[in-house]
Design a protein around this ligand. Structure first.
Ligand code: NAP
Ligand code: HSE
Length: 441
């Protein structure tokens, strides 16, 4: 039986899942691969820490250099998280001609370009299925199954923690803090959960997906990003009334070349992560808890959807182990580079966020006084925004703000922002207006 040696850096949630799957599925993996995967070293920060999965202590090391210096290690599996140390390790591995598997979207979003360039130079593979949507094979689908097609849009629930929190708030009336604590306990959240709730983790994943789907080259700071911390139970209630579910979506959409661009100009794409109201009966609305899903629209296939567990030890571990198996097949066949890395120049450009067009839910907090509704409506009209629906609650407490909810037809983001800026300065507007975009997925 042939053997391929691997070294794993990181023995936390995902590392534990990987080691557990490699052990419990060892016979199946050997049968499918015709070779044995041998874990030669496992690097951690603290060798004395208690681990969820048993491991021969002789394999543990606190020096990631041990992975790089072992000539028997052909594949380095980076499961540490973070950017700087992870990049040093990945660079060290690639420079030594070792292949890399990583689950680290932060690393790919920040340093993907450098990593892919070096891998191309060295003729080695970098696999990263677990970096987006945990166990759901979205990377493989974009890279291989849809290699023939042209993607026009991508709408994803790509962060398990925020979907878990939003589901708990919606269905059980849970408090945000309690739901986040539970997501952390279940191993879904990042080490710093601010990344999850701010939309930052989803923006990193969108950069990775947009590169594969559209040939975009984006940094997380290029993505219009809003998190879920400002959402209130009131927004869920209003959403239900209008027939919507509330989800944190990652969206990338091809919009064609910029208006007035010369012939042959590249297409533009929108890239955004934000809470969105979607029809309550849509497939994405049924994605609950920590589950992830991505809806793709492509020219030949039409609409398609991938769905599954986007976080946690075993789902994520399964994607990492599948990458190790695929990579090992390339090594055994002597064909690294069989699946090309993302292109080294962008094929599309980013559409300015002010030009995004969608429908909006606007919740104004206003004084119950004559002319307030009329003035709000005419300010929207002045900015070319057409109203699709209006709701106002009767308020019994004199002087208390009254919620006035307006749903608009499709409008330009810049026009909408301009109108809200002016409306929020009226003395009859008692709190900043809440804006939630509406998507028809
Ligand atoms: P984690 O539980 O915090 O584990 C990190 C592991 O890396 C720990 O074992 C830690 O050692 C080790 N480590 C950190 N810095 C190190 C260093 N400089 N040298 C050696 N070892 C080091 O993290 P995780 O949740 O498994 O996530 C790992 C990666 O997978 C991240 O990139 C994350 O974004 C990604 N990911 C996670 C999930 C998920 O559901 N959790 C899903 C998809 C992708 P100690 O144990 O000794 O502290
Ligand atoms: N914190 C991430 C999430 C882990 O909740 O989706 C998976 O990438």
């Amino acid at each position: 039986m042939r053997e391929v040696g691997i070294g794993i850096a990181g023995f936390g949630i995902v590392g534990g899942g990987v080691l557990s799957i490699l052990r419990s599925h060892a016979d199946d993996i050997e049968a499918r691969l015709g070779a044995r995967i041998a874990v030669r070293r496992v690097a951690v920060r603290d060798a004395g820490k208690e681990r969820a999965v048993g491991l021969d202590p002789a394999l543990l090391t606190t020096r990631v250099e041990d992975l790089l210096e072992d000539p028997e290690i052909a594949v380095v599996v980076e499961l540490m998280g973070g950017v700087d140390s992870a990049f040093d390790l990945v660079r060290g591995a690639l420079e030594r001609g070792k292949h890399v598997v990583t689950a680290n979207k932060a690393l790919l979003a920040a340093r993907g370009e450098d990593i892919f360039r070096l891998a191309r130079q060295q003729g080695v593979d970098v696999y990263y299925e677990a970096a987006v949507c945990g166990g759901v094979p979205i990377i493989r689908t974009l890279r291989e199954a849809l290699a023939s097609d042209r993607i026009n849009s991508l709408h994803g629930i790509v962060n398990g923690t925020t979907n878990f929190i939003l589901t708990a708030m919606d269905e059980q009336g849970a408090r945000f803090e309690d739901a986040l604590r539970e997501a952390q306990r279940l191993g879904y959240a990042e080490a710093d959960p601010t990344l999850d709730v701010s939309g930052g983790d989803a923006a990193q994943k969108l950069c990775v997906l947009a590169q594969l789907a559209f040939g975009a080259r984006l940094k997380p700071e290029d993505v219009l990003t809003e998190g879920i911390t400002a959402l209130s139970p009131e927004d869920f209630r209003w959403g239900r009334e209008f027939g919507y579910a509330l989800k944190l979506l990652a969206i990338a959409r091809r919009t064609g070349p910029a208006e007035g661009a010369a012939a042959g100009a590249p297409d533009q794409i929108e890239a955004r992560v934000h809470p969105a109201f979607i029809p309550a009966g849509s497939l994405l609305a049924g994605v609950r808890g920590a589950m992830n899903a991505v809806v793709l629209r492509s020219e030949a296939l039409g609409p398609s959807m991938l769905y599954g567990q986007g976080a946690g030890a075993m789902p994520t571990g399964s994607a990492v182990v599948s990458d190790i198996i695929d990579l090992t097949r390339n090594i055994l066949a002597g064909s690294p580079g069989r699946v090309p890395l993302p292109p080294d120049r962008p094929l599309v450009e980013l559409r300015p966020h002010e030009e995004v067009r969608c429908a909006y839910y606007l919740r104004f907090s206003v004084k119950d006084a004559p002319g307030v509704l009329a003035r709000t409506a005419s300010k929207l009209a002045e900015h070319r925004i057409s109203i699709a629906a209006v709701q106002q609650r009767e308020q019994n407490d004199q002087g208390q703000p009254v919620p006035l909810v307006i749903v608009t037809h499709q409008a330009r983001e810049a026009d909408l922002r301009g109108a809200i800026d002016e409306i929020d300065r009226y003395p009859t507007t008692l709190a900043p207006t809440r804006l939630i975009r509406i998507e028809s997925v």
